[in-house]
Design a protein around this ligand. Sequence first.
Ligand SMILES: [Mg+2]
Length: 175
Amino acid sequence: MIFDRKEKAMPDYYYRHILDITPEDIRNMGAEAVAVDLDNTAVFFGSFRLEEGVREWTRNMMRSGIKVIIVSNTLNGRAFILSRQMCNVGFVALSLKPSPRGIEIASRRLGVPVEKIAMIGDKLSSDILAANRAGAIAVKVENLRYVYERETSLPKYAATAATVAAAAAVISVLK
Ligand SMILES: [Mg+2]
């Protein structure tokens, strides 16, 4: 079989965190709408509380004329609860990513062609593949958990480094 470009799990854009993506970035991608994954992108896996800042991020997108919709594989009830915290945006739950179906439904609901939708998600094997299969713009973010663990462990490393430096100073004095 000839390699099918749509079957690639490679993103068009890459960001550390959803909050790093600006409305200008979205417009520069040629997009008019964003489809947002929930787990490990906008919320910790299985959580019912939206990640801090995502509500404001959503409001900022919408104020800038970018449409926002949730496209998640989670259950309807949980997507509903999280959408309430996310400025009441619409949602497609049980989207069956990596199937392109959820993004296609989002496209019809928003009235925005799929090629003008930026799918934002953490997983190559679901979000990014679904985006490419649908013909949407694939935007990869890092898994929230990894971003969080790395950044909260920085002070710990700094403390360790300070201890080592202090010990070295003591040793040099004793010499
Ligand atoms: Mg995810």
